[in-house]
Ligand binder design. Structure first.
Ligand code: NAD
Length: 484
């Protein structure tokens, strides 16, 4: 097993970009620095690709599509299986890299950041065994064809998972891919390209052009030879991408922000619901699009819930993400740390009651982009901290009088990504969940199912990832009408 240091050096040796099955220098000279948010040290530089690089990558992807789109599901399945094996072999390195480039604690890096891409590739290998790419509807033969050349643009919070959720599904569908990972966390994308380089995937099927969103991302979105943009990131960037893509009527699948509500119904086990709810928000330092950042509590239980949330936040182990015991690491960047602190200051200024955490950095951590786990009580539903996505370890508690009010407050959001309902009665929780306008709801702390559709309602997006819905996002049906 490679030590953390060795594994980083392996990745740092690759300063090129990956186009048409080969590592080659970028057409430009600019580089992006990758900073370890726990040490504030630069740990790598990667090329900031140019518009010319984007062109070369799209040309390669378009050329590769001719043969890749005609491969059989069994052929593509064999490549995905090799990709899966490659991820399994390098799981420790993936975990170490995610910790180094965005600060996720080792526990999360191992179980989630490395674990999810492994599980997702396995799920697509299985799906390709049974998925029917053709069906008869009356006298029509419906052929599900690949969308074509896909631009995958991804964020930094679950860097490899978000890449693999797109790349595995797109490849399974017979699409070719140009990947633009987040400029904050490009190293995992390099590791993925290294694995892909070893599995014999035909040249041009997968291409990596790291760089900044405004240059590389936008060049991909406006490119006439890109057929589809699969984007995960902020609602702000998603709107811009939608506008730009309209000029060429490209398909755009968007996975955007969230401000999900956790509704603890009056009959729920309050202690475990609050504990699960706080843990959900602190996971990955609150940098999870689906985080249940608004906790809605029945008025009679509210003060008790505030105490429980405060205790849970104050007892969370904050610190060095390489320490196995750490539960909350730094946030991913200085900019993110400043943004989260501004929201905390905003909450205080708007009159919310700060019961844990605050703007000061945690004691004993002078270096690193750390934010104290923060709990706000007496939050009203229209305060900024109850409306905007903070993307940090900050949770707000809002009281409600009855279920109708809880439903109304939960729906009072531009977002509709996820949510949670806790109740002593699963039936009651499910009935309530059916009325929420969000793409996903977790009942009594149930975990994410990687075969079920993942995506949002309202301004949280318009696409679905994972499982069969994720595959079909990258397919377009063609109807052949046959003589009756
Ligand atoms: P971001 O929108 O700033 O960046 C995401 C990606 O888009 C990056 O690769 C960036 O370079 C690129 N980009 C930025 N502007 C662009 C433009 N004009 N054109 C093309 N590409 C552009 O988001 P972020 O800060 O990296 O990630 C955090 C956000 O992602 C949060 O809002 C979070 O909720 C969201 N997110 C959503 C999901 C989901 O599945 N719904 C999952 C994770 C994160």
């Amino acid at each position: 097993m490679a030590s953390e240091k060795e594994s980083l050096i392996t990745v740092l040796e690759h300063k090129d970009i990956y186009i048409d099955g080969a590592w080659r220098p970028s057409a430009g000279e600019e580089v992006t620095e990758v900073v370890n948010p726990a040490t504030e040290q630069v740990i790598a530089t990667v090329p900031a690709s140019t518009v010319k690089d984007v062109d070369a990558a799209v040309v390669a992807a378009r050329a590769a599509l001719r043969t890749w789109s005609r491969t059989t599901a069994a052929e593509r399945r064999a490549f995905l299986d090799r990709l899966h094996q490659g991820l399994v072999q390098r799981a420790d390195e993936i975990a170490a890299l995610v910790t180094a480039e965005m600060g996720a604690p080792r526990q999360i890096s191992t179980q989630v950041q490395a674990g999810l891409p492994i599980a997702v590739t396995a799920s697509y290998v299985r799906l390709l065994e049974t998925y029917e790419f053709e069906e008869r509807i009356g006298n029509s033969l419906v052929v599900k064809e690949p969308m074509g050349v896909v631009a995958a643009i991804t964020p930094w919070n679950y860097p490899l998972h978000q890449i693999v959720a797109k790349v595995a599904a797109a490849l399974a569908a017979g699409c070719t891919v140009v990947l633009k990972p987040s400029e904050v966390t490009p190293l995992n994308a390099y590791l993925l390209a290294q694995i892909i380089d070893t599995i014999g995937l035909p040249a041009g099927v997968f291409n990596l052009v790291p760089g900044i969103g405004a240059v590389v991302g936008e060049a991909l979105v406006v490119h006439p030879d890109v057929d589809m943009v699969s984007f995960t990131g902020s609602t702000r960037a998603g709107k811009r991408i939608g506008e730009l893509a309209a000029a060429t009527i490209k398909k755009v699948a968007l996975e955007l922000g969230g401000k999900s509500a956790n509704i603890i119904l009056p009959d729920a086990d309050l202690e475990s619901a609050v504990r699960d709810g706080v843990a959900n928000v602190l996971r990955n330092s609150g940098q999870t699009c689906t985080a249940w950042t608004r906790m809605l509590v029945y008025r009679d239980s509210y003060e008790r819930a505030v105490e429980l949330a405060r205790d849970a936040a104050e007892s969370a182990a904050v610190g060095d993400p390489t320490d196995e015991r750490t539960q909350v690491g730094p946030v991913a960047s200085a900019a993110q740390r400043d943004r989260v602190r501004d929201y905390i200051a905003d909450g205080i200024n708007q009159g919310a009651r700060l019961v844990a955490g605050g703007v000061e950095p945690p004691a004993g951590l002078p270096t690193g982009y750390y934010v104290r786990p923060t709990v706000f009580a007496d939050v009203t539903e229209n305060m900024t901290i109850a409306q905007e996505e903070i993307f940090g370890p900050v949770i707000v508690l809002i009281p409600y009088e009855d279920e109708e009010e809880a439903l109304r407050i939960a729906s009072n959001s531009l977002y509709g990504l996820s949510g949670a309902v806790f109740s002593a009665s699963e039936e009651r929780a499910v009935a309530f969940a059916r009325r929420l306008d969000t793409g996903m709801v977790h009942i009594n702390g149930a975990r994410l199912n990687l075969l079920a559709p993942f995506g949002g309602y309202k301004q949280s997006g318009n696409g679905r990832e994972l499982g069969v819905y994720g595959l079909e996002e990258f397919l377009q049906p063609k109807s052949l009408q046959l003589p009756a």
